[in-house]
Design a protein around this ligand. Sequence first.
Ligand code: SAM
Length: 285
Amino acid sequence: MSKLTNPGFVTQLLSSHGIRLRKKWGQNFLVDENILIKIVSAAEIECGDHVLEIGPGIGALTRELALRADRVTALEIDERLIPVLKETLAEYDNITIIRQDAMDVDYPGLLGDKPVKLVANMPYNVATPLFYRWLKQHRQQFPVMVCMLQKEVAQRIVAKPGSKEYGTLSVVCQFAAKTELLFTVPRTVFFPRPEISSAVVRLRPDAATQYDVGDEAVFFRVVEAVFSQRRKMALNTLHAVFPLSKGELTELGAEADLDLARRGETLSVAEFANLSRLLYNKTAV
Ligand code: SAM
């Protein structure tokens, strides 16, 4: 068993480096060996793999990744943790630790053009914006993503049309990837314990259903517009955003076999895709 999952050892390690953990960076470390193994198993890491980890913390997950992958790149925002990681991961020569905010990284510049598996116990405050960015701009780079998230965000990722969790995040994730909520994780497996429960999701851009949306920028605009007023008729929200009359939009809806008098929150990913393609064809110059 690794010392890094022993709360007593973690307390000592942090105090020997004079570190008090910061809530704003979601510094709740996993101290349960089984959960660590379940996360790395879900990523199906093979010996030739390059893995990107966001927020290595004190290195418990990083170590498990380094034992299985060819190499691991880990981005950590907190400079105080860099000397800690140098100490805890000293025996592994296949890990590169970079002190950087994951929100500011040029991913292709850092990782090159080969596929990289993304595995993380995510800092919760940046999880949603990072998912948008990875899935909209870099999904060719990340064929598989296995991430621990706030349970509520994990539920939004896999939510079905018409449910209260279903929204922009659900549609963007389900458009760009095959999405699975693998298991939930109790607060007790973290040190210190967070206030909320967590869950592990797997997103597979490499197994996504292929939708013809015409143009992705239009697709994302349609989705955002519709969910900005999710309980309103899709017709009214689209009319406010696209230069088409309500009559033209209703006709377009009919072509997509879609009644735009429905509430936006009930549209499926396939319906958003059809609508986007027709809107793109109609409004493109
Ligand atoms: N991987 C460790 C584990 O599983 O125990 C730590 C996970 S902890 C939930 C999140 C980590 O992300 C912390 O180490 C925190 O300092 C780091 N972090 C927070 N915001 C970050 C950001 N924007 N970019 C990179 N790392 C960040």
